[in-house]
Design a protein around this ligand. Structure first.
Ligand code: F6R
Length: 634
């Protein structure tokens, strides 16, 4: 979603801001803009330069190239439209009436209508449809007041004005503000939307995500909730919500994980699909080494009390993460015997189930920033903390790929899935990483609760250890098959995905991947449901993808597929090549594996299938329209 990059220092900043914004492109956006302050040679007052454009960053880059805006301080933004269409007028930065203050914002100001009304009553004309524009106007009014009271036009005055305005805002925000009368100052603030400070050599940065900073500095400090910072060419002053100066040491970014490189792949998504065997191996080496007894080897942040005493688990997640959670719930219930329920985080938030005792709450989010999931977790924590009864304590666990995210900061117990940065908006390797975490949890619960025999636990562990090699073979084989058949689906309007049991979530995930990147309508169903309605849709124009690995529901899924075949649907199978497979028009063969581990394999051809259809259609695979990598609004 929206991205912020801001910098202050002693060199020209417009190209630095553009580079920073490029690193945020993967989050998804539909317009972009920058503002810099060109400091006059004769006095301390600068001139505000603004350049904005609808569409991709390349357009903004061309405008900047034509007439580079001068300045040693500047702010940049990639906007994912919420309030108002994606056009130049609504894109950030937004200005006050005197065009002296420029603001970029992530998040949503919920009381912006009331604040707009009060601004209009003061004669201020709003020029955009955004919730953001009220912020520079409010800051402008505060500054006018401060100057009238004798304060000087400088960074401190800007800081005080922003501090006052923040008390008026309801909702979530991350903002960066510059003022032409204080060209040596940049003010940034965060309220439940992430911002990270970066410490360079003679220059200081702020961005909504660490990858944007990695090229410029490896020393960073995430802002805590409701903190505000004043950045100058000399350093950074950090304050808490009450205006108390804060002193926290920054952290050092290690490794190259956060700097993304497409290597020789045409798209990040394909590269990320190819990385999955290596990521699975990494997970096995980390959590499932051969030589340790299982109870010690899974070093998850989960207490023995939770493992032994918890009566049920509730999982909160959205989108693809919810599909991983559904695979997890199947494993936890069916293999480990722990009653588990998965909720849409966005629904849980407003319609939570009655409080159950001895419950483990798990939040799953690759970005660790999904507003719905974070809000649902916070709500659950609050309602449990408000009860003075140990049986209702908030036992929790987060599963994320971004330990540096709000998940990492707000939750005490987090599993880092360690998939490495994922740039493709459509999640692939992080989905795998999330599923693997649930396999780990399942083994752990099963062995603590002695629900399974040691042999069954050993069998599942050994089956998991074979997965990397099997995934490598699958990718090799099905990358070419998917490429060969992609052209057949260019005109397709609807696709149905069928799966049962542990592979029902994979049917949902296969359908979601296809929708997201190829814009073909697709729906996943439990295969047995086909005849209860969706079958009415079937004819030769509606292909059906059946996920049918060997296992308890194998024959059932084949029968459901036959029902589709009888209605002339083109049948695509994800199955073994044995008996029964001849019914499929196209077959993505998978090896004969235990049904328990099959989702780790069946999802792979579906990812490749969606990828090649979208690539064949010439679509923007890595940044599909309207989607964002980090969904930071409700
Ligand atoms: C699909 C996809 C989305 C996310 C969803 C939740 O490819 O990426 O459906 O899964 O927006 O995001 P996270 O996992 O960041 O909470």
């Amino acid at each position: 979603m929206c991205g912020i990059f801001a910098v202050i220092g002693s060199r020209e900043v417009s190209s630095i801001i553009l580079d920073g914004l490029r690193k945020l492109e993967y989050r998804g956006y539909d317009s972009a803009g920058i503002a810099t302050i060109d400091r006059s040679k004769t006095d301390q007052i600068g001139k505000l330069n603004i350049i904005k454009s609808k569409g991709k960053l390349i357009k903004l880059a061309n405008l900047i190239k034509e007439k580079p805006p001068q300045g040693h301080v500047g702010i940049g933004h990639t906007r994912w439209a919420t309030h108002g269409k994606p056009n130049e007028r609504n894109s950030h930065p937004h200005l006050d009436s005197l065009a002296q203050i420029a603001v970029v914002q992530n998040g949503i100001i919920e009381n912006y209508r009331d604040l707009s009304k009060s601004l209009k009553l003061k004669g201020i004309k709003l020029t955009s449809e955004t919730d953001t524009e009220i912020i520079p106007h409010l800051i402008g009014l505060e500054i006018e007041q401060s100057l009238a009271n004798g304060l000087s036009p400088n960074g401190q005055t800007l800081l005080i004005a922003v501090q006052k305005v923040l008390t008026l805002l309801k909702g979530t925000y991350a903002i960066a503000v510059i003022w032409s009368k204080a060209p040596n100052a940049l003010v940034v603030a965060s309220g439940q939307a992430p911002l990270v400070l970066g410490f360079g050599e003679g220059e200081f940065f702020c961005a909504s995500d660490i990858p944007a900073l990695a090229e410029f500095t490896r020393t960073f400090l995430p802002l805590e909730d409701h903190e505000i910072a004043l950045l100058t060419p000399l350093g950074i002053e950090l304050y808490d919500v009450d205006g108390n100066r804060q002193h926290r040491p920054p952290s050092l970014l290690e490794g190259t994980e956060l700097t993304a490189d497409k290597k020789n792949f045409r798209h990040f998504m394909l590269k990320e699909i190819y990385e999955q065997p290596e990521k699975t191996q990494f997970w096995i080496d980390r959590f499932l080494p051969m030589d340790l007894p299982l109870k010690n080897s899974l070093t998850f942040p989960i207490s023995t009390y939770v493992l032994e005493k918890i009566e049920q688990i509730q999982i909160l997640a959205c989108g693809t993460s919810r599909h991983a959670a559904m695979v997890g719930a199947y494993l936890l219930e069916q293999f480990a015997g722990v009653s588990t329920k998965v909720y849409f985080a966005s629904e849980f938030r407003y319609a939570p189930p009655p409080l159950s005792p001895n419950t483990l709450t798990i939040g799953v989010s690759q970005s660790g920033e999904t507003a719905d999931t974070l809000a649902a977790l916070r709500m659950e924590k609050d309602r449990r903390d408000s009860i003075n009864d140990a049986n209702f304590s908030f036992h929790h666990l987060g599963i994320t790929n971004r330990i540096d995210s709000s998940f990492g900061r707000e939750l005490d117990n987090v599993i880092d899935i360690g998939s490495g940065i994922e740039i493709g908006v459509a999640a692939t390797k992080t989905f795998l990483g999330q599923m693997l975490s649930f396999y780990g949890l399942t083994l752990l619960f099963a062995s603590y609760r002695q629900k399974r025999t040691p042999q069954e636990i050993l069998d599942l562990s050994n089956d998991l250890r074979l997965i990397p090699k099997q995934q490598t073979d699958l990718i090799k084989k099905h990358d070419s098959l998917s490429r060969e058949i992609a052209h057949m689906f260019v005109e397709t309007k609807d696709v149905i995905f069928l799966g049962r049991g542990i592979n029902y979530p994979i049917a949902l995930e296969g359908a979601l991947k296809l929708k997201e990147i190829s814009y073909i309508h697709a729906q996943g169903y439990p295969a047995g449901e086909l005849k209860h309605g969706p079958i009415a849709l079937l004819d030769k124009h509606v292909p059906v993808v059946s996920i049918a690995p060997p296992g308890v529901v194998y024959e059932k899924v084949l029968s459901n597929s036959q029902e589709a075949k009888a209605r002339d649907a083109r049948l695509i199978g994800v199955s073994t090549s044995g008996q029964g497979a001849e019914m499929f028009d196209e077959l993505f063969t998978i090896p004969k594996v235990s049904e328990w581990v099959s989702p780790l394999l069946t999802v792979v051809p579906l990812q490749l299938f969606s990828y090649h259809i979208a690539a064949h259609k010439g679509l923007d695979v890595d940044q599909p329209r309207n989607l964002a990598k980090s969904v930071t609004v409700e």
